[in-house]
Design a binder for this molecule. Structure first.
Ligand SMILES: Nc1ncnc2c1ncn2[C@@H]1O[C@H](COP(=O)(O)OP(=O)(O)OP(=O)(O)O)[C@@H](O)[C@H]1O
Length: 326
């Protein structure tokens, strides 16, 4: 069952200029994307900086005005404010941000930061509210003495835990996690990802997991969409994307994952350079004459790629042959 269905979503930002501050152009930050998130899954949205991931995430939580298209939740389009209100959408869908320092109010104590959504959506007595905040701190592995501290008194990883505690306070159905570990050291990244997984199991939450790094997404996501210049260039299961990538942009993101095995580094660098060369030389094959991605074409029930139909099928057949020979 799908928890969210995104259909042909567009978010175009106006560019104003001149004495009268008129709209002279627009930035197509999100340019007609469609994908579904299933209940209980972690769906990855991956692309380089500026590809439109955050704008998509903010549209899903209702923080960004949508130009056209729809986002369906329980069959209703929540790009319309009245549907968000009617469905308690702002309680059911929460967001975790990359920059935990600026997303947590520095003047508020942790108790008040975590209690804020409870005060907005549930009207508990003071005692019950405190009990809930203590339970939430416990869930994310922080001690009770955190209650009276301020965000700057915590490490980046601890602040991200506080952000998660606030996000899960109202028992949401979906959390949009926008680069939740990108600002953290590798060892802390693993801890935060692990407890995000645990919370998902315990609460039955779905995540829209936004990242520029296919290396991080591999351990979290069952299905992945690759975003480039406001469009989706490839959608597939983890196996489709990591083991049978078809679009050159996906291959380029995969080649950018650092190689940890020292013996493999030279070969990895050579293949990264080779992919980069194809990407530079074959823009006209992989993008239309405006430099935009083609519409997605399905090459299997789970795998779609943004290429002209014939080329998509040829590449998919070559990939099947390669796998059979391997
Ligand atoms: N408020 C805005 N007004 C105008 N243009 C914007 C606005 N917000 C984002 N953009 C532009 O929209 C495009 C997509 O931005 P977005 O932040 O969604 O990308 P992103 O993939 O999340 O990148 P990053 O990881 O760097 O945040 C970029 O070209 C960006 O400059």
């Amino acid at each position: 069952m799908n928890i969210i269905e995104i259909k042909n979503l567009k978010v175009h930002y106006p560019i104003r200029s001149g004495f009268w501050n008129r709209i002279t152009d627009e930035v197509p930050a999100v340019d007609g994307i469609s994908f579904n998130i299933r209940a209980g899954e972690t769906y990855g949205l991956v692309g380089e900086s500026g590809s439109g991931k955050s704008t998509t995430g903010k549209s899903v939580v209702g923080l960004e005005k949508v130009t056209s298209g729809s986002i369906l939740y329980k069959g209703k389009d929540i790009t319309k404010k009245e549907n968000r209100r009617r469905l308690d959408y702002n309680r059911d869908v929460q967001m975790i941000f990359q920059d935990s320092l600026s997303s947590l109010n520095p003047r508020k104590r942790i108790e008040d930061i975590i209690a804020e959504p409870l005060r907005n959506f549930e009207h508990l007595s003071k005692e019950d509210e405190k009990l809930r905040v203590l339970q939430l701190l416990d869930i994310v592995g922080l001690d009770a003495d955190a209650l009276y501290k301020y965000p700057h008194q915590f490490s980046g990883g601890q602040r991200q835990r506080i952000g998660v505690a606030r996000a899960v306070a109202t028992h949401p159905k979906l959390i949009v996690a926008d680069e939740p570990v990108s600002a953290l050291d590798l060892s802390v990244q693993a801890q935060v990802l692990n407890f995000m997984k645990r919370i998902q199991r315990d609460f039955g939450i779905s995540y829209l997991f936004i990242s520029h790094d296919l290396g991080v997404v591999r351990h979290m996501c069952q299905n992945i969409a690759i975003m480039n210049r406001g469009r989706l260039v490839e959608i597939g299961t983890r196996d489709d994307i990591y083991n049978h990538p078809l679009h050159i942009y996906t291959k380029r993101l995969l080649a950018a994952i650092p190689e940890t095995n020292v013996d493999q580094r030279a070969a990895h660098r050579a293949s990264r350079l080779a992919v980069e060369q194809v990407y530079q030389d074959e823009q006209a094959t992989y993008y239309d004459h405006d430099g935009k991605a083609f519409p997605l074409v399905a090459v299997s029930p789970t795998h779609s790629v943004a290429l002209p139909e014939k080329l998509a099928q040829q590449l998919a057949q070559a990939e099947t042959k390669r796998e059979a020979q391997a």
